[in-house]
Design a protein around this ligand. Sequence first.
Ligand SMILES: [Zn+2]
Length: 152
Amino acid sequence: MDKVSRTDAEWRERLSPEEYRVLRKAGTEAPWTGEYTDTKVEGVYRCRACGAELFRSDAKFDSHCGWPSFYKPAAGDAVVLLEDRSLGAVRTEVRCARCDSHLGHVFEGEGYAVPTDQRWCINSVSLSLEPAGQGPHDDGKIIASERNTANQ
Ligand SMILES: [Zn+2]
């Protein structure tokens, strides 16, 4: 994987103020305000800062916590985990492995009915949803949508 590395000034220029605050300053969007909190669209969630594939819609679930929640990342090496001791508790911070931007936190053992018993609690503003069939890396699904078009 090619790492993406930019200066603070470059990130400021490329990102909106809210994206910059969350992605580069480990901020958190207010609960229930993110655009993907309840999104059910099938597709791939990419890093808003660098475009790396991070999560897939098939691992998204309703956690009712106010942020998009997934039970696993798209690939284990898509993200890196860091110990976060801010706010007086030990939490596990999730960052994009490619550009080191902050995504959210991962919690375990909360009892959600998901295969991993994990809740990857990710800020909407850290993500960019690419609906299935519209992306260049969506092998298989593109062929299926082309076939549908041909039949109409
Ligand atoms: Zn990234």
